[in-house]
Design a protein. Sequence first.
Length: 150
Amino acid sequence: MSSILSHLKPAAGSMKRSKRIARGQGSGHGGTATHGHKGDQSRSGYKKKRNFEGGQTPIQMRLPKRGFKNINRVEYSPLNLSELQRLVDKHNLSSVDAEVLRKLRVIRRSDKVKVLGNGTLRSAVSVSLHAFSEKAKQAIESAGGTATVI
């Protein structure tokens, strides 16, 4: 029985063969324990910073900055006339405003809506939303509705 147990070995490749580091000069890895002399990487708790390039100026600082971000830009959720007509037909609406669109889950609470002129509007609907394109405003009024900016 003991002869069988003494011959047991882990499966090939399952064990990582590790060096015995910092176990004295006789091990070949004593002294600085493979960490070299001084510097960040020799200290405990060292963690390499992301994007660190060894003291070279990082790439995000070397590349030129491009473009412009307007902090006053107003983002609108688009609503085409075809989509507006579909909503009017489906829910029998006579007037459409932001609150109605929120209840129908077309827009989120903070969204501002701009009506765009893609498609046709056959119903006379009063629409009061944040913005209208010229084509959309003309189409709503020619169908007998009203377009009011809120």
